[in-house]
Design a protein around this ligand. Structure first.
Ligand code: SF4
Ligand code: SF4
Length: 313
């Protein structure tokens, strides 16, 4: 009770009302595909966490956009997300330690939480030339991944690069960059996107804290609650050519089709993600709503598979 009170007090100090917070929990619960009866339990995960799993967050070949995406999520504020529900033991972007101190922290955390920590990987792993294309503290990304990932309770690959190689794996790919699972042969929960929507990461973590397991995934390792349908299946622009009233208003089906971005290269029909429902920037908009075709960023090999962009599939 005291813990909960203190949590709401901290939210209030940041200008977040209890009502706003409950609104976020309702949105998160719906995104996770749970019934509304779970909303108070989801709120409890944040307000009075029973457990705070240790997290080791690794950075490999990437731009740090995925960390930015998670850290910029408005609710819960980063300190609530990171410090209240997760015990982040190692994260190069936000930790104060550097150099030897950071290395020591990584090894201390691995030893202390052996087999119990959640490993989050951001970025892809170069596999050619013994992994020589990417190193931290004299060790290749490949060596680090082989040491840290198999000793974790579970590994979440965040972003297109960690999941399937992403942009670093695009042709000609001289370094042999691959996603974590392909590079070291360990199964991961994949949250793809360039960047991924932070809600899908938070939803996966809350699923674990609430139900004691990571979410059900498709055959590409993606949580079904977020990647179970195509962008096209959920796209509001379909209304313009599938709704008789719109077609009548536009004069013909062809004219109504003008609202669809397929002819300017939309990859929505072949891309599984929930962007049309959860949107970005706290539900403000998403690319297709803003007039830009979907580029297919949550699909494996999206860069080579879908370029040249802006051309009809
Ligand atoms: S804009 Fe893209 S996702 Fe939307 S209806 Fe057209 S093809 Fe489908
Ligand atoms: S609309 Fe398509 S390209 Fe844009 S973020 Fe969503 S899945 Fe990725």
């Amino acid at each position: 009770m005291e813990q909960e009170k203190a949590f709401y007090q901290r939210l209030a100090e940041k200008g977040v009302s209890r009502r706003d917070f409950m609104k976020y929990c309702t949105f998160l619960t719906a995104t996770m595909g749970l019934s509304s009866s779970f909303v108070p339990k989801v709120a409890e995960v944040f307000a009075a966490p029973q457990q705070r799993p240790a997290v080791i967050w690794l950075h490999f070949g990437e731009c740090t956009g995925c960390s930015e995406s998670v850290l910029r999520s408005q609710y819960p504020y980063v300190d609530e997300l990171v410090l209240e529900i997760l015990s982040v033991e190692y994260h190069e972007t936000i930790m104060a330690a550097a150099g030897q101190q950071a290395e020591d922290q990584l090894h201390m955390a691995m030893k202390k939480y052996q087999g119990k920590y959640i490993c989050v990987v951001e970025g892809s792993i170069p596999t050619k030339f013994d992994g020589g294309y990417g190193k931290i503290a004299g060790r290749t990304f490949l060596e680090i991944a082989k040491e840290v990932v198999p000793n974790a309770l579970a590994t979440i690959a965040i972003g297109a690069c960690a999941c399937y190689g992403g942009v670093p794996a695009a042709k000609p790919n001289p370094g042999g960059y691959k996603g974590v699972s392909d590079a070291i042969g360990v199964q991961t929960v994949n949250i793809p996107g360039c960047p991924p929507n932070p809600v899908n990461f938070v939803g996966s973590v809350v699923n674990y804290l609430l139900l004691g397991k990571l979410p059900a995934v498709d055959d590409l390792g993606r949580p079904l609650f977020a990647y179970g349908k195509t962008i096209h299946d959920q796209c509001p622009r379909r209304a313009h050519f599938e709704n008789d009233e719109f077609v009548e208003e536009f004069g013909s089906e062809e004219a109504a089709m003008g609202y669809c971005l397929y002819k300017v290269g939309c990859r929505g029909p072949e891309t599984y993600n929930n962007c049309p429902i959860v949107k970005f920037n706290d539900g403000t908009s998403w690319p297709v709503e803003a007039g830009h075709p979907c580029l297919g960023c949550s699909e494996p090999n999206f860069w080579d598979r879908f370029t040249p962009f802006y051309e009809e599939l």
